[in-house]
Design a protein around this ligand. Structure first.
Ligand SMILES: [Zn+2]
Length: 170
């Protein structure tokens, strides 16, 4: 079987997409070997179909600039916060918890935040005398827990930002 130029035109698109059966592919290519006109036509068609889109560099819209400023602010705020917090205490659960004044408040806040209460709520609860009883219960439980195993820390929420700020990194 031989294909004529019209057969090639009909099969041009599936041939370029490599959708033809091996047999048909061979027939098309045999015709192309002997027909410069069809080769030229297919080459042109291929160029049109696979021409790469022209990439144009554009200025970042104001939105992204504002986003960068916002991220830079947040970055500086986090760094300041981290610096103010001081070094992260390690193995705090292995240390003895003393039930005295300031450390009780701190431990209570810690215990409450471990129980899933926000720091804001914890701070408020610590201020209330009525909360102390339950806080002490919490601490007792905390002590028993720390005697047996390391407590499971609450998972921090993960925030993903897909935009890369120009300044700094976290
Ligand atoms: Zn031809």
């Amino acid at each position: 079987m031989r294909l004529d130029c019209q057969d090639i035109a009909d099969r041009a698109a599936p041939w370029l997409d490599q959708q033809l059966s091996p047999g048909e592919t061979e027939l098309v290519e045999r015709h192309l070997d002997g027909c410069a006109a069809c080769r030229e036509r297919l080459e042109l068609l291929s160029e049109q179909r696979f021409e790469r889109p022209r990439l144009v560099q554009v200025e970042a819209p104001d939105f992204w600039r504002a986003m960068d400023d916002r991220l830079a602010q947040e970055h500086e705020r986090l760094l300041a916060e981290r610096a103010a917090a001081g070094p992260t205490p390690t193995s705090w659960w292995k240390r003895e918890i003393r039930l005295s004044g300031a450390s009780l408040a701190a431990a209570a806040a810690l215990a409450l935040s471990l129980a899933g209460v926000s720091a804001w709520q914890a701070a408020r609860a610590v201020q209330a005398d009525a909360a102390l009883a339950s806080v002490q219960q919490e601490l007792e439980r905390e002590r028993r827990l720390s005697a047996s195993r390391e407590p499971t820390l609450p998972r921090e929420p993960v925030v993903l930002v897909s935009h890369l700020p120009y300044r700094g990194s976290l």
